[in-house]
Design a protein around this ligand. Structure first.
Ligand code: PEP
Length: 254
């Protein structure tokens, strides 16, 4: 069965309450009742309620950008998986490179986050990707294999339908420099084979693998047209309804 395309907008630490509302309204209006592609908006935590309100009668889903791997307790400043679920969140991004490299999150903590989010019933967008130095020293595959294996250790088979992987080469995020369609396809096919070895062939066949890294309306169609590219995690271009909708249309093959 063909995998459904999944386009998610990562708003990072941008927008204010009003611009978040306006952006969500723009995407809702432009998407209409189109449900043959999955679309999620991942605003900053304080605007989750606002965006939840705006998307409630639409096919859009709500996503969060981070989570702490414990449900409740003395963890000042953190947000738990059950709180996100309670707020209407369906997806949570775990392991974005801005957290791995910017905030020093280890494979160990990311694995705890993946498992805690899945246990709370959330869907996880688990990000992996190599740095430029790693690509240039031919370590791309070993990094992708390591991050996939370490991040997903102990994940039970029953949760796999709620797991999405985002391949995000670090050198392509927010840089305007995207992977070529061939580079993306090669990495995605490799990740799928690693995943198949970790779990099983059926799970690998069903796994949605998003590409992330400077996806724009003008490169989306060719990247999303690759056989193992099942969607996109979009940063900068998700901040304008028009450009995000153009990427969604590219996902639909329109
Ligand atoms: C991202 O935030 O995951 C991302 C891929 O950003 P950008 O599209 O701006 O490169």
């Amino acid at each position: 069965m063909a995998r459904k395309k999944f386009i998610a907008g990562n708003w990072k630490m941008t927008t204010n309450s009003q611009s978040a509302r306006t952006l969500a309204q723009g995407v809702v209006k432009g998407l209409g009742d189109e449900s043959s592609v999955e679309v999620a908006l991942c605003p900053p935590f304080p605007w989750l309620g606002i965006v939840a309100e705006e998307i409630k009668n639409s096919p859009l889903s709500l996503g969060a950008q981070n989570v702490y791997p414990v449900n409740e307790g003395a963890y000042t400043g953190e947000v738990s998986p059950t709180m996100l679920a309670d707020a209407g969140v369906k997806y949570v991004i775990v392991g974005h490179s801005e957290r791995r490299h910017g905030m020093g999150e280890s494979d160990f903590i990311l694995n705890r986050k993946v498992k805690a989010a899945l246990a709370a019933g959330l869907n996880v967008i688990f990000c992996i990707g190599e740095t430029l130095a790693e690509r240039e020293s031919n370590q791309t595959n070993s990094i992708l294999e390591y991050q996939t294996t370490a991040g997903l250790v102990g994940v039970d088979h029953g949760s796999l339908s709620r797991l999405v992987i985002a391949y995000e080469p670090v050198w392509a995020i927010g840089t305007g420099r995207n992977a070529t369609p061939e580079q993306a396809q090669e990495a995605h096919a490799f990740i799928r084979s690693v995943y198949g070895n970790l779990f099983n062939a059926e799970a690998a066949e069903n796994l949605q693998i998003q590409y992330g890294g400077s996806v724009k309306p003008d490169n989306a169609a060719v990247i999303l047209g690759q056989p193992d590219v099942d969607g996109a995690l979009v940063g900068g271009a998700s901040l304008k309804a028009d450009s995000f909708l153009a990427i969604i249309r590219a996902g639909l093959g329109k």
